[in-house]
Design a protein around this ligand. Structure first.
Ligand code: SF4
Length: 241
């Protein structure tokens, strides 16, 4: 086995555990209930209705952390950031920076491939009203922690929204990283430098508004703003785009 095969194998093992996870009874019920009552436009589809594992390049330099699958996006299609407006906005920004091979994210078999980039989330099941309980976030945190350990080459984390940001800060602290310049605060476009131990590995944390339909429709977040965040992430992570 080649050394670069190893992360793929370990991620597959984590993926298997995530997909069969039933640790949060409220979310198990909700993800299935959503699938039983689809809107008209998806009435003919069979929903995934299971937790979502991370998706992307096992040799990623950029880790993208979202909040949770969308009811009729990831929970329907079975892939992180796929099948809804937020996914398309995100993948367009990745494509604009050479991190994705196509500028949209429609279904698990749409041919999307990510380069040097991996998509994951703080929570793997869709929560009612997009609002997870504290214990559900706690239950799910271990999966993110494991993925981060496998993706040993990550140099930049892009956190989509406040909750993804606070989860990413916790993750980095738990892995022995310390932020420069005091307590990190979520603000769109803000970048924090984290160093592991004394002068060890560096990971940059970039904050952006979540590319939800509401945020893009109100122009709190434009495509250009998100493209710029990823351009900066790619530069900081040393990814040639
Ligand atoms: S949210 Fe995470 S911990 Fe809870 S059931 Fe889904 S995959 Fe399991």
């Amino acid at each position: 086995m080649k050394p670069q095969d190893q992360p793929e194998k370990r991620l597959a093992e984590i993926r298997g555990r995530i997909v069969s996870c039933t640790r949060c009874p409220r979310l198990v019920r909700y993800r299935q209930e959503v699938a039983r009552h689809p809107p008209k436009r998806y009435a003919a589809e069979t929903y995934w209705a299971k937790p979502l594992p991370g998706f992307g390049d096992p040799n990623a330099s950029i880790l993208v952390v979202g909040l949770a699958p969308a009811a009729h996006g990831g929970n329907r299609t079975g892939r992180m950031f796929t099948g809804d407006s937020a996914g398309n906005t995100l993948v367009r920004a990745l494509y604009a920076n050479g991190l994705a091979n196509i500028p949209h994210s429609v279904s698990r078999d749409d041919g999307l491939r990510l380069t040097r980039c991996f998509l994951t989330a703080a929570l793997r099941c869709v929560p009612p009203h997009n609002t997870p309980l504290k214990e559900e976030l706690e239950n799910c945190y271990g999966y993110l922690s494991e993925e981060f350990d496998v993706l040993g080459g990550v140099k930049a984390i892009v956190a989509l929204g406040g909750l993804a940001f606070s989860t990413s800060v916790r993750l980095l602290r738990d892995k022995g990283f310390t932020p420069e310049g005091g307590r990190p605060v979520f603000r769109h476009g803000q970048v924090y430098k984290f160093t592991q131990g004394q002068g060890g590995r560096i990971v940059w944390l970039l904050a952006t508004y979540h590319p939800s339909r509401r945020n893009t429709q109100t122009r709190l977040l434009t495509q250009k703003m998100l493209n710029n965040v990823f351009r900066r992430a790619a530069r900081l992570a040393g990814v040639k785009t």
